[in-house]
Design a binder for this molecule. Structure first.
Ligand code: BGC
Length: 449
C-alpha cells in the first residue's frame, strides 16, 4: 500500500484543525466573561483528574494570533473554534458583553486575514453557569435562551462567518453531563437526561433554522459522535446489546434531525424517551435541512450483554482487555471502523455532505530536547486518512476533514493529562512545540508527501 498524499484528494477538499473554547481559551474571568459549567464543575473535588481546572488552559484568548499562525504554518486552510456562550452573555441571556463579542470579531478577522476559513461551533459543552442554576439543558426555558444566543451570534458574525456547526456531539454532553455525572454539570439520572436529550434535539433544528434565516449563503451542519458498534460474540444476546447501544450512540440525535423521528427500537430506555414528551411525535419539529452532517469518530466499541447495567443491559469490552491496538485513552485504533462509519452515515436519506469534524488520537507524548517524537499519532492519521480516502473513491461525498486538535489542551475530565495536539503545550510556561505529527501534517498539506 502506498502512503496517502494530498494529491489523492480533490482541490476543494476542506482541511481543517478543530478546537473548542473551554479547552483552549483560558481567561475565564477576564473582560466581563461569566463562568461556565466547566469552571464551576472544576471546583468539585475528584471530578477532574489531578484537580486541574480550565481557568487558564492554553491562554488562547491572549495568544490566538500566534496560534492561528501555527495552524496556518501547518498548512491548514480551515480553523474550527467554538464561541463561549458565557463570554458573550455572562448571565446566559440578557445583555451582551461587549468585550466578549469583540474578542470573536478579532479572532474571525485574524482568520480571514490569514485566509483560514472560520468554522464556528455554537455550542461545545460550556453552558453559562448562570443558566445551569436555572436548570440548564433540562429547563423548559432552555430553547428560548438558546435561540436568543444563536440569533445574536448569527446577526453579529454572519457577514464574516458562513460555516456553522450548531452543536458539538449532543450524545456526549447529555450522557456524560446529565446522565452519568462524569462531565459538567455533573447531573445524573433519567430525570435530567430525558429533558436534556429533548432540548438538545430541538436545539439542533432551531439553531439551523435561525442561521438559515439570518445568514445568506450559510453552510450549516451539526456534529455527532459516531462509533461502529461491534457485538463481542455472534451470540444473539450480544448482538441485541450492541443494537441497543447503537440506537443510543449513533441514531438518537441524527434521525430526528433528518426528519426520521426517534428510533423506534423497543427497549426500556427508548420507551422512557418516547414517553417523556408527546412532542416527539411531531417529527418536523426536530428536523432541519442541514447542508452537511458532521461526523466525529475516534474508535469503535465492542459491546456485550450485561444484565447488571440498567436500561441497556450492555457494557463495553475494552480494547486493552481484547489486546488490540489502542491510544493512551484506551480507545481502539481501527481505521476500518472509521470507513464503516462514513459509509453508514452517508447512506441516510436525505443524503447530505459529510464532513469529518473531528478525528485524532491521544498518546503519552514526551518532550525531549525540544522534540516530540509521536510516530504513533502520524501512523494513526495515515491510516484514518487512507480509510476516508477509500470511502471517497467509492463516491461518498466527504467534503472535509478536521484533525483534533491544534494544541494539547484541557481534555475535560482528564484535565491536561491527555494530549491530543499536533502542537505540544507546556502548561506552566505556555511554550508551544510542534510535534513530529504537526510537521507530518505540514508536509502532507503542502504537498511534500
Ligand atoms: C470532543 C472534544 C474532545 C475529543 C477527545 C470529542 O468528543 O468534541 O472536545 O476533546 O472528543 O476526547
Amino acid at each position: 500500500m502506498t502512503d496517502i498524499t494530498h494529491n489523492d484528494f480533490n482541490k476543494n477538499f476542506l482541511w481543517g484543525v478543530a478546537t473548542a473554547a473551554a479547552q483552549i481559551e483560558g481567561a475565564h474571568n477576564v473582560d466581563g466573561r461569566g463562568i461556565s459549567i466547566w469552571d464551576s464543575f472544576a471546583k468539585r473535588q475528584g471530578k477532574i483528574q489531578n484537580g486541574h481546572t480550565p481557568y487558564h488552559a492554553c491562554c488562547f484568548y491572549y495568544r490566538y494570533k500566534d496560534d492561528l499562525l501555527l495552524a496556518k504554518a501547518l498548512g491548514f486552510t480551515v480553523f474550527r473554534f467554538s464561541i463561549s456562550w458565557s463570554r458573550i452573555f455572562p448571565e446566559g441571556k440578557g445583555k451582551a458583553n461587549k468585550e466578549g463579542v469583540a474578542f470573536y470579531h478579532r479572532l474571525i478577522d485574524e482568520c480571514l486575514k490569514l485566509e483560514l476559513i472560520p468554522f464556528v461551533t455554537l455550542y461545545h459543552w460550556d453552558l453559562p453557569y448562570a443558566l445551569e442554576k436555572e436548570g440548564g439543558w433540562t429547563s423548559v426555558f432552555f430553547i428560548q435562551w438558546f435561540k436568543h444566543y444563536v440569533n445574536f451570534c448569527a446577526k453579529e458574525y454572519g457577514d464574516k462567518v458562513k460555516h456553522w456547526i450548531v452543536l458539538n456531539e449532543p450524545m456526549g454532553f447529555t450522557s456524560l453531563g446529565y446522565m452519568l455525572g462524569k462531565h459538567a454539570p455533573g447531573k445524573t439520572g433519567l430525570t435530567n437526561f430525558l429533558p436534556a436529550v429533548y432540548n438538545a434535539t430541538l436545539a439542533q433544528a432551531e439553531g439551523g433554522n435561525i442561521i438559515r434565516s439570518l445568514i445568506q449563503k450559510a453552510y450549516i451542519g451539526t456534529s455527532f459522535s459516531c462509533s461502529e458498534i461491534i457485538p463481542h460474540t455472534p451470540n444473539q444476546k450480544d448482538i441485541d446489546a450492541a443494537n441497543r447501544i447503537d440506537v443510543l450512540l449513533n441514531r438518537l440525535f441524527i434521525e430526528p434531525a433528518l426528519g426520521l423521528g426517534l428510533p423506534e427500537d423497543d427497549f426500556p430506555l427508548m420507551e422512557k424517551i418516547h414517553f417523556h414528551s408527546k412532542s416527539w411525535r411531531n417529527k418536523t419539529k426536530f428536523q432541519f435541512d442541514f447542508d452537511f452532517i458532521g461526523i466525529q469518530n475516534y474508535f469503535p466499541l465492542t459491546i456485550r450483554h450485561n444484565s447488571l447495567i440498567p436500561y441497556v443491559s450492555a457494557s463495553e469490552v475494552k480494547a486493552k482487555a481484547r489486546k488490540v491496538p489502542h491510544t493512551a485513552m484506551g480507545w481502539e485504533i481501527n481505521p476500518d471502523s472509521f470507513y464503516n462509519v462514513i459509509k453508514r452515515f452517508s447512506a441516510y436519506d436525505p443524503a447530505k455532505d459529510i464532513l469529518i469534524t473531528e478525528n485524532g488520537a491521544c498518546f503519552k507524548d514526551i518532550l525531549s530536547h525540544g522534540v516530540v517524537e509521536d510516530a504513533a499519532r502520524i501512523s494513526y492519521y495515515q491510516q484514518y486518512l487512507t480509510a476516508m480516502h477509500l470511502a471517497i473513491k467509492e463516491g461518498i461525498p466527504v467534503k472535509g476533514y478536521f484533525a483534533w486538535t491544534l494544541l494539547d489542551n484541557f481534555e475535560w475530565a482528564e484535565g491536561y493529562n491527555a494530549r491530543f495536539g499536533l502542537i505540544h503545550v507546556d502548561f506552566v510556561t505556555q511554550l508551544r512545540t510542534i510535534k513530529k505529527s504537526g510537521y507530518w501534517w505540514r508536509d502532507f498539506l503542502t504537498h511534500k508527501i
